[in-house]
Design a protein around this ligand. Structure first.
Ligand SMILES: [Zn+2]
Length: 376
């Protein structure tokens, strides 16, 4: 039933868009598939008087990124993904930022940790346009999202590879997907966003296959700021892709102590060894990149040190090690290990005293043993 309803709503929306009734805010300015535009030629290469702020919002084990900028007193607001379905943290964040209007919400793919709060956001804010990759999901959150789009008369658009949009001073190029596959992650919308000379890359949960497709295209993948694919999973951010993007900083979105083990140490090691500065919402909270189109700076909600390597060596990272590994630490048995993992994240080894059964004397022993660490 849900599937049929979703398909029906989807069809309605598609017909609505095709029929030309849609009063779309944004039209593609060109299509690279048709015209073969060199991305270097179209880069603006100048400072922009108003700054753009890109908020990588801490939404736990989910994704939501807010872009705010303006031109000639006109404000632009774009949201990429909408957090998890069982939370309202994106709604709260947008309200705290005094946002009323959202020009575009781009949903990279319809998994519940990306499309999660779309219906709530459409209900709470004045949303002009929603972008989706065109995949239909058989889920309640997807059906609710389509419902909200229809009920609130929100324009609906499915960007295609090569679409190029000028939104005030921001240029968006759609890099992926070319077509739908059976793998939802690999159907993720990928977009390169350029503000003056500074480029941002977003690939949703795209995995190696999506990265390979982008690499084999003619598109310019270089970006100063990389949003790390698939929450830092080792399914993504391959060596070749990272090399092509060649970012100065990389930011992943993951929940502290998440059960998937994101970010994967293979990925963080790869990023660290490429001398790319790495930030994560699990460690730094919300991360805000501000740019004038020439330079950028990074502000984090929380101070934190990211693990520099995995916990396979002699040091046991108390924020990341498995239940079995943490038992290598003195006084940590099975029950305490469970408690230790539950109380994550820790900002220092000293915080192990938060655990029931670890007092100052035992902490002293643990520190003397010297294998418990943050990072590695
Ligand atoms: Zn995800």
């Amino acid at each position: 039933m849900l599937k049929n309803l979703a398909a029906y709503l989807y069809l309605l929306i598609v017909l609505f868009v095709i029929s030309g009734c849609s009063n779309e805010l944004i039209q593609p300015v060109s299509n690279i598939n048709d015209e073969e535009i060199d991305a270097d030629e179209i880069s603006q290469e100048k400072a922009i008087s108003a700054k753009m702020r890109v908020h990588y919002i801490d939404v736990g084990q989910a994704d939501a990124t807010l872009l705010q900028f303006s031109e000639k007193n006109v404000d632009f607001t774009i949201l990429i993904d909408t957090g998890d379905w069982n939370a309202t943290d994106v709604v709260t964040y947008l309200q705290a930022e005094n946002i009323r209007d959202i020009d575009i919400i781009a949903i990279t793919h319809p998994h519940a940790d990306h499309i999660g709060q779309l219906d709530k956001i459409i209900d709470a804010f004045n949303v002009t346009e929603v972008w989706m990759n065109g995949e239909i999901a058989n889920s309640q959150v997807f059906a609710k999202s389509l419902d909200a789009i229809e009920k609130n008369d929100v324009d609906y658009y499915e960007p295609k590879v090569g679409d190029l949009f000028d939104i005030g001073p921001l240029q968006i190029e759609v890099l992926h997907p070319k077509s739908m596959t059976a793998n939802t992650n690999n159907n993720s919308l990928a977009m390169r966003m350029q503000y003056g000379d500074i480029a941002f890359l977003f690939t949703g949960d795209g995995e190696e296959k999506a990265e390979r497709e982008m690499l084999s295209s003619e598109a310019n993948l270089q970006a100063d700021i990389l949003h790390v694919g698939h929450h830092g999973s080792n399914t993504s951010t391959t060596e070749e892709f990272l090399k092509a993007v060649d970012p100065e900083i990389a930011i992943y979105s993951a929940g502290a102590g998440n059960s998937y083990g994101f970010p994967d140490s293979e990925v963080t090691d790869r990023i660290n060894s490429s001398e790319i500065l790495l930030y994560g919402t699990d460690i730094h909270g919300t991360i805000i990149v501000e740019t004038d189109g020439i330079t950028f700076n990074v502000k984090t909600h929380e101070q934190g040190t990211l693990p520099r390597s995995s916990s396979n060596g002699s040091c046991v990272d108390i924020n990341k090690a498995s239940e079995k590994d943490v038992q290598r630490i003195k006084h940590i048995g099975p029950a305490t290990a469970f408690e230790l993992i539950k109380m994550r994240p820790y900002h220092s080894v000293d915080e192990l005293v938060k655990i029931n059964g670890i007092g100052p004397a035992r902490l002293k022993d643990i520190k003397e043993q010297g294998i418990a660490c943050i990072g590695g």
